[in-house]
Design a protein around this ligand. Structure first.
Ligand SMILES: [Zn+2]
Length: 92
């Protein structure tokens, strides 16, 4: 799994508390990868990225769509990870 997803998962409780405090707001999530991170070469993140949350004002239909797209990307990444794990097991 991408390190940045692992990092977000590990901070789940804090993130939920943050989102609770910012209900109805649009939150921008920035993920800053190290220069040597494989993510910068189109591969899975292997650094310890800095993740920041910024309040961008009231939620709009566009910001909600962006958030949904991001969740789709996370789910897709997770599905691909599971697939590749299964393939590795089969080839072992
Ligand atoms: Zn990274």
């Amino acid at each position: 799994m991408s390190n940045w997803i692992k990092k977000i998962a590990a901070q789940n409780a804090q993130i939920e508390a943050y989102l609770d405090k910012h209900k109805g707001r649009s939150i921008r999530v920035d993920i800053y990868h190290d220069d040597w991170c494989r993510h910068k070469r189109g591969k899975t993140c292997n650094c310890n990225p800095d993740i920041t949350f910024t309040d961008c004002g009231p939620s709009t239909p566009e910001s909600c769509k962006e958030a949904a797209d991001m969740m789709d990307a996370i789910e897709k990444d997770e599905r691909e990870r599971r697939l590749s794990e299964n393939n590795n097991r089969r080839n072992a």
